[in-house]
Design a protein around this ligand. Structure first.
Ligand SMILES: [Zn+2]
Length: 169
């Protein structure tokens, strides 16, 4: 999610801006937002690819999924893949998309798109933009040891069953 970006050559897109959902929250992204939850099977169970958000950003210092506001006409999958490439330098070709989970607030929704790495994915080789200060595989069983972005923390119960499906052969 970016609040100061997209003021370059293309300018702000029509969907950039704050909106209020039917639950009374203020959200960035008038067409909703999406994030990509990349997961894999580690020795101790599922692991999530999380980024440590830069201190200046919204909910800075927390760990969350790459993501942000959808552009006009974009599907959640397209938006999530665009954001993960912008924020982590991870191209769509390195990922296999899976299920999606929608957190619908009424008038605004956040879609989490699940994905698995298509091959070896070493966080140390990713190219971070200024929005995150680190990226790592975090074991699902160890999530309590890091400060999670509140959006991710609030979605975990819904996402957890989607992580427990059959490992890829
Ligand atoms: Zn809301």
């Amino acid at each position: 999610m970016r609040f100061t970006g997209r003021v370059g050559s293309s300018g702000l897109t029509p969907t950039d801006g704050w909106t209020t959902c039917s639950l009374g929250h203020r959200h960035w992204g008038r067409a909703g937002a999406a994030g990509l939850l990349v997961h894999r099977y580690g020795a101790g169970g599922p692991e999530l690819l999380l980024q440590h958000r830069a201190l200046w950003s919204h909910h800075g210092g927390t760990w969350g999924t790459p993501g942000g506001a959808l552009h006009l006409g974009e599907s959640p999958e397209q938006g999530a893949l665009r954001e993960v490439e912008e924020e982590l330098g991870l191209p769509a070709s390195a990922l296999v998309l899976g299920a999606r989970s929608v957190d619908d607030h009424g008038g605004w929704a956040y879609t989490t798109v699940l994905a698995r790495p298509a091959g070896e994915l070493d966080p140390a080789r990713l190219r971070l933009d200024g929005e995150s200060t680190g990226v790592a595989w975090v074991p699902l069983a160890g999530l309590h040891q890091v400060t999670l972005h509140p959006g991710l923390a609030g979605s975990l119960d819904r996402l957890r069953p989607l992580l427990a499906d059959t490992p890829a052969a």
